[in-house]
Design a protein. Structure first.
Length: 396
């Protein structure tokens, strides 16, 4: 075989190998790819959601975040990961973290009788001799009740922060003779024996923190959490926030979408926090990472471990709880049948998620600025589940 023929043969073999590689590459590229944009936009269009923001956390790092639709539909201002929005009950997790910081500082004990901290006494009239603790408040087992429709009718203020001081409200609600007092503000269950979700109980926990630390919750959380994590656009009150960067809120009514007023809440520790997807993700990562975000520690590891510890067991649980389906830490709980941990939030014009898998490997933060009807609520969870599926494709 002459030299020229050998060269041609080598070139032919190289061509065959290259063609095979290109074919494999083409097959790989042709594999179905999860189109997260199409999924979100389709659900928004179908259900009438105005604005959505989301972030995906994999192994304690944000690997994807994006906004869709509008923060302000009338003025065509896009919703982005930096858009500020009230986050409803996810606020309780921040209140819980502040409680753990106060415990670190020696200001509080989770198991002390709350009446040893208060300037007035709270007594369940059905179980007058039983103490109530911060741990009970934080696991919703205190026996204190949100009385409806009073809670929603009397603690939300359109267009402004609540004019009523938190402590004044709580005294009027829980102390006999108060203008909001009734025995219906308490459950017919011994404290610690029955789980019943209580927003006002969370407000009380925040108020006790303020009394014991000498700082308002907004100042305390800014000092020990927000400033450290550079959560510069996060706050508890409308008066603290640049409302020019705050999302408008919307409610779907029939087939139409109505803009609703921003509002403040009297019991702000239960649901008043305002932040963005990108800033809340920093806080979430810190909790999932034993109190540390990018080398910055906001809580001792032991404090985070206690906060996130699932406290109900078969031998020590409220009578209406199955721990494998629902369990609780300090303003932290299992969700979705026990398959996720974190918190959700729901308020007028607001639906939010801050949930991780049990192994704390995949976290999702999801904001929606539009309320849907009760029969349409499943769509929020559908969107969360689709984002979780997408996150699985981003794992490395």
């Amino acid at each position: 075989m002459n030299c020229r023929l050998k060269i041609l043969l080598k070139l032919f073999c190289a061509f065959i190998v290259l063609a095979h590689c290109l074919n494999l590459s083409a097959q790989y590229v042709a594999k179905p790819v999860f189109n997260v944009d199409s999924m979100v936009e389709k659900k928004m269009a179908t259900m009438g959601m105005v604005g959505v923001g989301a972030a995906i956390i994999v192994n304690k790092k944000v690997v994807w975040q994006k906004g869709y639709g509008y923060a302000d539909m009338r003025n065509k201002i896009p919703f982005t990961p930096e858009t500020i929005m009230n986050i409803a009950s996810i606020s309780k997790v921040v209140t819980g973290a502040c409680l753990m910081k106060a415990v670190e500082l020696g200001k509080l004990s989770l198991d002390e009788d709350i009446n040893n901290y208060l300037p007035f006494k709270i007594v369940n009239p059905y179980f007058a001799g039983e103490k109530i603790t911060l741990r009970m408040l934080a696991t919703h087992t205190s026996g204190l009740a949100d009385r409806y429709p009073f809670y929603t009718d009397s603690t939300y203020f359109n267009g402004k922060d609540s004019p009523e001081a938190l402590g004044d409200f709580l005294k009027q609600y829980f102390v006999p003779g108060g203008k909001y007092y009734t025995r219906e503000n308490f459950l017919h269950y011994k404290p610690g024996t029955y789980r019943d979700y209580s927003n006002i109980g969370a407000g009380l926990a925040g108020y006790i923190l303020e009394l014991r630390t000498g700082e308002k919750l907004n100042d305390f959380s800014r000092r020990y959490i927000f400033k450290l994590l550079k959560m510069e656009n996060t706050g508890w009150f409308l008066s603290e926030i640049d409302t020019g960067h705050h999302s408008k809120l919307y409610a779907k009514q029939g087939e139409s979408i109505k803009e609703i007023s921003l509002y403040g809440v009297t019991t702000y520790p239960d649901g008043g926090l305002r932040t963005s997807v990108s800033e809340l993700s920093k806080f979430f990562i810190a909790l999932l990472n034993h109190g540390v975000y990018k080398g910055i520690r906001i809580l001792k590891r032991t404090s985070v471990d206690e906060m996130l510890r699932l406290q109900f067991t078969e031998s020590n649980k409220p009578e209406n709880v199955h721990p494998d389906q629902l369990n609780s830490g300090v303003f932290w709980a299992t969700k979705m049948g026990g398959s996720r941990i974190g918190h959700n939030g729901s308020d007028p014009g607001v639906r939010t998620f801050m949930l991780s898998d049990l192994a704390k490997e995949i976290g999702i933060v999801l904001f929606v600025n539009t309320s849907l009807s009760e029969k349409e609520e499943h769509v929020y969870f559908d969107m969360y589940n689709e984002l979780y599926k997408y996150a699985k494709t981003l794992e490395k």
